[in-house]
Design a protein. Sequence first.
Length: 229
Amino acid sequence: MIFQSPKPPLTDLNATDIVRQAKEERQACHDRLSARIEKKLEGRVSSFLKLHKIDYHIRQAANHGLNEVRISIQPKFRGAFDLSEPIDELCDAQFNIRVMYNHNAFFKALETHVFKEDHIDGHIVFARDDDHQAGKAREIFITWEALMPSPLTLDFLWDANYTVSEFVENETIGAMIERLDLRPRDGTPLVVRNGRRRVGPNSQVSTYFGKTLTLRPEGIENNPQGIDL
């Protein structure tokens, strides 16, 4: 009788482990590419901020007592007609992975960075549909109305553009006139108007932030000799 040696058992395939390992390797690759593309996106936002001197424009506007600023976007950052078009992408052929960021993602990241503070607001302004640049970004609009009221312009006989930018909370028009020593010396009442509408002395100054009020001594129109101010 001839005896045959036993055949070795078939090695277990462990397909589940193979798939699990491949999934982990693929996820690790995706994470690496995503981190790199995120850095590229952050770099583009940083480049935009430096090139457009956002901090400089905000300071210039605030120094002039303004509450907002509009900054034109330079051509290289205006985007494409289709904002879903990729700006940058990374690929890995071994794992068949492709990651990218597009114009929509860039503008979203830019707005998130610029408007992350509670008192700062605004948005990216895009061209209208009837514009030949429709779909492209035109400017970035930034406002900080909660921080600083717009100056009030007072139109006097001696100066049509006297600006007031220092205000007292809940101050009335009459109280502001007293504080700034603007009443005529002879006691003639001042007539205050916003356009053609007369403004009472108890009206809140805050109602007229950013507007122009005309101040004239009562009866000045009918007194060619003028009034002692």
